[in-house]
Design a protein around this ligand. Structure first.
Ligand code: NDP
Ligand code: GDR
Length: 328
């Protein structure tokens, strides 16, 4: 039975990846940072019904010793580094923490792998945010990077360190440059989930409006369940590499609002208010990925389209709020 270690297992992608790996017959270990709210921290894993099938291990991205001890003891075959301070907007408020967790934290994991399990296969969660002020209309593995936030700069450092460890120490280290991917398990601060939660509240009479920032920004949105499959496929390849994972369709925040509100029979123009305070100091205006390499080499293709994704998210948020209303 192969063993996988996931950092960031309590996040959106960690939960779906754990589910996929369990289904593929893996023993799944997850890094869990100590929290006073540990009772709610496994919420996504509980939602998927897999919390009891995972071994959670005490450690932190900033604590190299904890990472080395875990990897030395359990000798995982695959290590997925998903942990990060992943909210772009917060990265201007906490640039140093973002650099330490999202940037240096990845190097801590690389070092731990190099020291304790150099034959393990390593995955780094890189991001389309690294393209930032885009240098090509559609971005692929050869498009130059131009990070526009402390988060993106930290991810770029981690990305190049992954390439560097691959070239310097022959680690089987791959980097997935993933475009935005969403689901009912998306954190509520991210725009798609904020919108679908807002739709549900308005639909159920719990709110009257939804305040958003830049409605013109465009993103290439896919479903997280499709994207974690690409992560796993990367580590099944003989040779490590870098892959863009995207749908190739770019949609504005305003258009996502239209789709999500329409699913609940509402007209978004009646409810969405723009709050300039929610604009970012520097924006990534538009992203659109070219996943031809992932398609050709990994045989990967997304299965869920944007309308189905928005519908699934709205339905999940309606169900959540209805359940809360029932329990009082
Ligand atoms: P989430 O924000 O949902 O999850 C982040 C995870 O990192 C959580 O499990 C969190 O733990 C953990 N974490 C944060 N800080 C630490 C720390 N100091 N020590 C240990 N664990 C820590 O992110 P997603 O699941 O959406 O994304 C997964 C990865 O992919 C991230 O690296 C993200 O930057 C990257 N990415 C995401 C994309 C997307 O569209 N979702 C696109 C491209 C890249 P806790 O629960 O305790 O907070
Ligand atoms: P992003 O995702 O920054 O692309 O990073 P987010 O959903 O936060 O923003 C997408 C776009 O929507 C605009 N926007 C708003 N965003 C938020 N959060 N809240 C609002 O009210 C709002 N109004 C408009 C933003 O300005 C932006 O243009 C995500 C994260 O998962 C990263 O970790 C990951 O690396 C990238 O996707 C790829």
């Amino acid at each position: 039975m192969p063993t996988a270690l996931i950092t960031g297992i309590t996040g959106q992608d960690g939960a779906y990846l754990a589910q996929l790996l369990l289904g593929n017959g893996y023993r799944v270990l997850g890094l869990l940072r100590r929290s006073a709210s540990s009772d709610i921290i496994g919420e996504r894993l509980r939602w998927l019904g897999i919390l009891d099938h995972i071994e959670l291990l005490d450690g932190d991205m900033g604590d190299l010793g904890s990472l080395v001890r875990i990897i030395e003891k359990h000798r995982p075959d695959e290590v997925y580094n998903l942990a990060a301070q992943s909210f772009v907007a917060s990265s201007w408020q906490q640039p140093l923490l973002t650099g330490m967790v999202t940037g240096l934290g990845a190097v801590n994991v690389l070092e731990a792998v190099r020291l304790a399990a150099p034959r393990a296969r390593f995955y780094q969660a890189s991001s389309s945010e690294m393209f930032g002020r885009i240098q090509a209309a559609q971005q692929n593995e050869r498009t130059p990077f131009y990070p526009r936030s402390p988060y993106a700069a930290a991810k770029l450092y981690a990305h190049w360190m992954t390439v560097n460890y691959r070239e310097s120490f022959s680690l089987h280290a791959s980097s997935g440059i993933l475009f935005n991917h969403e689901s009912p398990l998306r954190g509520i601060e991210f725009v798609t989930r904020k919108i679908t939660d807002g739709v549900a509240r308005i639909r159920l009479g719990l709110a009257r409006e939804l305040c958003l920032g830049n409605l013109e920004a465009k993103r290439d949105w896919g479903h997280a369940r499709d994207y974690v499959r690409a992560m796993w496929l990367m580590l099944q390849q003989k040779a490590p590499g870098d892959y863009v994972v995207a749908t190739g369709r770019s949609t504005s925040v305003g258009e996502f609002c239209r789709i999500a509100f329409a699913h609940a029979g509402l007209d978004h123009r009646e409810f969405v208010r723009v709050d300039p305070a929610l604009f970012r100091p520097a924006e990534v205006d538009a992203l659109k990925g070219d996943a031809a390499k992932a398609r050709q080499v990994l045989g990967w293709a997304p299965e869920v389209g944007l309308e189905a994704l928005a519908a699934e998210m709205v339905e999940a948020d309606l169900a959540r709020h209805r359940a809360r209303q029932k329990t009082g």
